[in-house]
Design a protein around this ligand. Structure first.
Ligand SMILES: [Zn+2]
Length: 420
């Protein structure tokens, strides 16, 4: 792969050059020479930022977005989502995942942590699009479908698609997976060193029903089952919205990563009180996600970051909470580090995952503070160029093959819609 030389780009309020070689950031400096064989990107009127990590989504569900809007959760599942999902086949998952990857690249995302089914089709789509993904083997009930044989076979298929795709173990939630299943997934996660990705404490109902059934709250249940111990450092709890202080202390001591999905939580009416300050104080790694497009309706991480920030400031009536520099870490480095990927910062030696935003976009005029512009003013259309693992995925807003992806996704989505 040829080196990439980004010339005269704004980085941390200074104008400099960035050299990318062998998938890594090889040099940063205003006097850096350009290698003769490098691909040159003119950085003038552009600012460089690390790309973002969407830490909880269901990519292929983008084909279902807009179905059953404004319904209650049960009605939405029974009448809109589950009937449509019955019609999903490998082709639909493949094109749905491609459409999701396209949307994610357009808003500066180069890593997503996914949970769905028909994973070989998703893996193929992700590998072709060139971004990074951890795809979760979705487990329900006792998890009998997760055996050494089925896991190893699937891992070969998924990870065989390319070096940027990984398989994880993803029990759906404490209300759809039994105690036996939750423990079995943790044992397998420990045995194979994978991530354990699960929906946690998304609604008050979920917490109440867990207390009725097991006599304790969801995180305490996982502690009792030994799950948090077996998955220490590899546990990702999506949502984690309804927590008590005891659980938060427990989560910190077990190095849990949580994913806040503000758009999904607000649109589904789950709640708005994400305990950011308390979780950080306890040592929990806080990251950001969109959730699937069926519930959040887009995969726009710039919008998710803004929603998170405004919710924290508004609900706590304190504008100093979660300043933009901290928000940048939540959306970037915290996600990459949770998945063991050395990216999320623009520094020499890091993997080359970065984006260029267009300073001529009105959101950045007059550019009094570029980071504030990114999170408090800009939309995804300000992202001009996206690089992942030293490869250009988008330049001047264009991704190779995007016209075909849009056409195919439209066609496959039409077949999924339940008949009226
Ligand atoms: Zn979800």
């Amino acid at each position: 792969m040829k080196p990439i030389f980004i010339q005269e780009v704004h980085l941390n309020q200074e104008v400099t050059n960035i050299l990318i070689e062998n998938q890594h950031i090889a040099g940063i400096g205003s006097h850096l020479p350009m290698p003769a064989d490098a691909i040159k990107i003119v950085g003038r009127q552009m600012a460089a930022f690390p790309t973002v990590a969407n830490m909880h989504t269901h990519a292929a569900m983008t084909l279902l977005k807009g179905l059953g809007s404004d319904q209650t959760l049960q009605q939405w599942l029974n009448e809109s989502i589950w009937p449509a999902e019955k019609n999903l086949d490998d082709e639909a998952v493949y094109w749905g995942t491609k459409l999701a990857c396209l949307e994610m690249i357009k808003c500066g995302t180069t890593l997503f942590n996914d949970m769905y089914f028909r994973l070989p089709s998703s893996a193929k789509a992700v590998a072709e699009m060139g971004l990074r993904s951890v795809l979760g083997f979705n487990v329900f009930g006792d998890g009998d479908e997760l055996t050494d044989e089925s896991f190893l076979r699937l891992r070969e298929e998924v990870e065989g698609e390319g070096p940027l795709v990984q398989l994880s173990i993803a029990p759906h939630s404490v209300y759809t997976v039994s105690e036996k299943g939750l423990r079995h997934c943790a044992e397998m996660s420990q045995k194979y060193g994978t991530l354990y990705h699960i929906h946690m404490c998304e609604t008050e109902t979920e917490v109440r029903e867990c207390q009725q059934q097991y006599g304790c709250r969801p995180y305490s249940l996982l502690q009792r089952l030994g799950v948090l111990e077996m998955t220490e450092g590899r546990f990702v709890g999506a949502h984690s919205l309804f927590l008590d202080p005891e659980e938060i202390a427990l989560m910190g001591s077990r190095h849990v990563t949580v994913v806040h999905n503000p758009a999904s939580n607000l649109k589904l009416g789950s709640g708005s009180q994400f305990l950011y300050t308390e979780l950080c104080k306890a040592g929990v790694n806080v990251t950001l996600g969109t959730d699937g497009s069926a519930s959040s309706n887009n995969l726009d991480m710039i919008e998710a970051a803004r929603l998170m920030s405004y919710l924290q400031k508004g609900v706590r009536q304190d504008p100093t909470v979660l300043p933009a520099a901290e928000l940048l870490s939540v959306a970037t480095a915290n996600g990459f580090s949770a998945l063991g990927i050395d990216a999320g910062k623009i520094e020499v030696g890091k993997l080359a995952d970065l984006m260029l935003v267009d300073l001529d976009n009105i959101a950045f005029v007059p550019d009094n503070d570029t980071l504030s512009g990114l999170f408090y003013a800009a939309h995804a259309d300000a992202v001009d160029t996206v690089i992942c693992n030293g490869r250009i995925l988008m330049q001047h807003h264009h991704v190779d093959g995007e016209e075909e992806i849009v056409a195919q996704a439209r066609q496959h989505a039409r077949k999924l819609r339940p008949l009226p």
